[in-house]
Write a protein that binds this ligand. Structure first.
Ligand SMILES: [Zn+2]
Length: 310
């Protein structure tokens, strides 16, 4: 079976919503009904829509002069290409460095547009891409579509510091959401770019056995000094209005803690997002986005399968 879907050109628009975060950071936002279609809708189960477009996805560029660093490459080859053209044509960017937040497909899918650039990633990220390369390219890992895998050109084990002009950017490894999680910090902006470590309203749980580690690492993240959070998946309005507050971390802690705490409840598989994060919803730290209902259902099953002792 050939799982490689052909992109539909009909009513497809890869124009991102641009978020000018400050004079040196841009966000490129897709989905949540705010942009055109991904072009992969002919298969309703495709991971681009289910895992990113329906939830909303942002990637970020830090730039000065004609240099830029992009944190993640967006969610499809076409989106990556659109962002590359934007950087070139609108901002006159000539030198681009890419850094990956983790290996998940909705973060690496745009890399084919940046294959002539330096691509930095944790060694663990490169290892996952190496191991899963064939399955990713044939659309057999998360299902269709298959996408080209472009390997990182530089790897590191824990932390990385890069300057773009006078902007100092730190990358730090936290085992949150994925064992190869990498956060971007711009200290002069007091800003944390969290990849998938933090999402609004709930996190995608794909490594359920590591939830205790994720919780410990989330408390380390909480101790860092910053004022605003820019996640990959969240509300366009909040990201465009200065980002999330630290209460987003507390919301994700509440979710993960309760997903584990209730795993032996009789009605566990019927518990709702509202059951899991009453506090975060009450304070307004996050708000329900309907497309996350299916993420939550999948999370319940994965956590149950791993942690439920019969
Ligand atoms: Zn992810």
């Amino acid at each position: 079976m050939n799982n490689t879907s052909k992109i539909s050109q009909e009513s497809t628009n890869h124009e991102a919503r641009i978020i000018q975060i400050n004079d040196h950071v841009l966000g490129f936002y897709y989905g949540r009904g705010l942009t055109g279609k991904s072009g992969y809708e002919s298969n309703p189960e495709n991971w681009i829509n289910k895992g990113a477009w329906d939830l909303g996805i942002a990637s970020y560029a830090v730039y000065r002069g004609d240099s830029a660093l992009i944190f993640d490459s967006s969610t499809s080859p076409e989106c990556g290409l659109w962002i590359r053209r934007y950087l070139d044509e609108k901002l006159g960017i000539k030198d681009i460095i890419v850094v990956l937040s983790h290996w998940h497909l909705d973060h690496i899918a745009g890399l084919s547009a940046f294959k002539d650039c330096q691509i930095y990633a944790l060694e663990a990220t490169a290892e996952c891409l190496r191991q899963n390369r064939v399955a990713i390219e044939t659309g057999n890992l998360w299902g269709p579509p298959g996408i080209p895998v472009i390997m990182p050109t530089q790897t590191f084990s824990d932390s990385l510091d890069i300057n773009i002009g006078d902007i100092a950017i730190q990358f730090r490894h936290y085992r949150i959401h994925s064992h190869d999680g990498l956060a971007m910090l711009i200290c002069s902006d007091r800003a944390l770019y969290a990849g998938d470590m933090l999402e609004d309203p709930i996190s995608y749980i794909v490594e359920p056995g590591d939830i205790p580690t994720h919780l410990k690492e989330l408390s380390h993240l909480q101790q860092l000094s910053f004022a605003s959070i820019f996640p990959s998946h969240g509300s366009f309005e909040i990201i465009a209005n200065g980002g999330y507050e630290k209460s987003l971390i507390a919301a994700i802690i509440e979710y993960n803690r309760n997903m584990l705490r209730h795993v032996h409840d009789n009605d566990y598989l019927n518990l709702t997002i509202e059951n899991m994060i009453p506090q975060a919803l009450k304070t307004g730290a996050v708000s329900i986005w309907e497309s996350y209902r299916s993420v939550h259902r999948d999370n319940l099953h994965r956590v149950y399968e791993h942690w439920h002792v019969f």
